[in-house]
Design a protein around this ligand. Structure first.
Ligand code: AMP
Length: 206
C-alpha cells in the first residue's frame, strides 16, 4: 500500500507512522528525518536544507522532490510506502503522482491551540528515536523505553513553531482539497489517546 500521512506539525504523524508502517509492512519515509540526517552528515542536500529547517520554513520543492524520488526508487519501497511529511505543497503532490501515486491519504487533524504545547513539550530519544511529551515523563532527560538520552528538536521552540504552523496553513493545508478531489482523503481525529488514533487510522484504511 502507498500511503501518505498529512497533518500539521505536532499532529502525531511520526509516532503513528512508526506503528502503521510496521503493521502494513511498508517503509516509513519521513522527509524531516531525511533532512536532519543529511544535515548531520553534511551532505550537499543537508548543507542546502539547514537554513530552512533552522528557520522553520519549507525546503524548496526542487531539493525535496529530488530527495524523495531517489528514496522511492530504492528496493524496500517497491511494494509501497508510508510518507510522513511529504508532500507539503501542491507541486510536491503533483510530482509524487508522477513518481508513484498514493493509494490513500490520511489527514490527522489536531486543532492549532493543542499543537504549541505538544511541540514545545516534545522530547526525542537519541538512541531509539521514540517521541515523548514532558508531561508524561518522570525524568525529562532519560528515555523511559531504552534509557537513552532525550533531546529537544532545535525547531521545537515557540518562534520557529509559529513559522512552521504558518507554512502548514499556507502551503500544506490546500492538499486536503487536492486529495479530496481525487477521492483519496481519509480524515482522522488526532486529538485523542495514541492507541485510539492508531485504531482509527487502521479502521479508515480497511
Ligand atoms: P518535520 O520533521 O516533518 O516536522 O520537518 C522538519 C522540517 O524539515 C520542516 O520544518 C521543513 O523545514 C523540512 N521539511 C520536511 N519535509 C518537507 C517537505 N516535504 N517540503 C519542504 N520542507 C520539508
Amino acid at each position: 500500500m502507498k500511503l501518505i500521512f498529512l497533518g500539521p506539525p505536532g499532529a502525531g504523524k511520526g509516532t503513528q507512522a512508526a506503528g502503521v508502517s510496521a503493521h502494513l509492512g511498508v517503509p516509513h519515509i519521513s522527509t524531516g528525518d531525511m533532512f536532519r540526517s543529511a544535515i548531520q552528515n553534511q551532505t550537499p542536500t543537508g548543507i542546502e536544507a539547514k537554513k530552512y529547517l533552522d528557520a522553520g520554513e519549507l525546503v524548496p520543492d526542487s531539493v525535496t522532490i529530488a530527495m524523495v524520488k531517489e528514496r522511492l526508487s530504492m528496493d524496500d519501497a517497491r511494494n509501497g510506502y508510508l510518507l510522513d511529511g511529504f508532500p507539503r505543497t501542491v507541486d510536491q503532490a503533483i510530482a509524487l503522482d508522477e513518481i508513484s501515486a498514493p493509494d490513500a491519504v490520511v489527514d490527522i487533524d489536531v486543532p492549532d491551540e493543542r499543537l504549541m504545547s505538544r511541540l514545545t513539550g516534545r522530547r526525542i530519544c537519541g538512541k531509539c528515536h521514540g517521541t515523548f511529551h514532558v508531561s508524561k515523563l518522570t525524568d525529562e532527560h532519560t528515555c523511559p523505553i531504552c534509557g537513552g538520552e532525550l533531546y529537544q528538536r532545535s525547531d521545537d521552540h515557540p518562534d520557529t513553531i509559529s513559522t512552521r504552523l504558518k507554512a502548514y496553513h499556507a502551503s500544506t493545508e490546500p492538499l486536503i482539497g487536492y486529495y479530496k478531489g481525487l477521492g483519496k482523503l481519509r480524515q482522522v481525529n488526532g486529538d485523542s489517546q495514541l492507541e485510539d488514533v492508531f485504531k482509527a487510522i487502521l479502521a479508515t484504511l480497511e
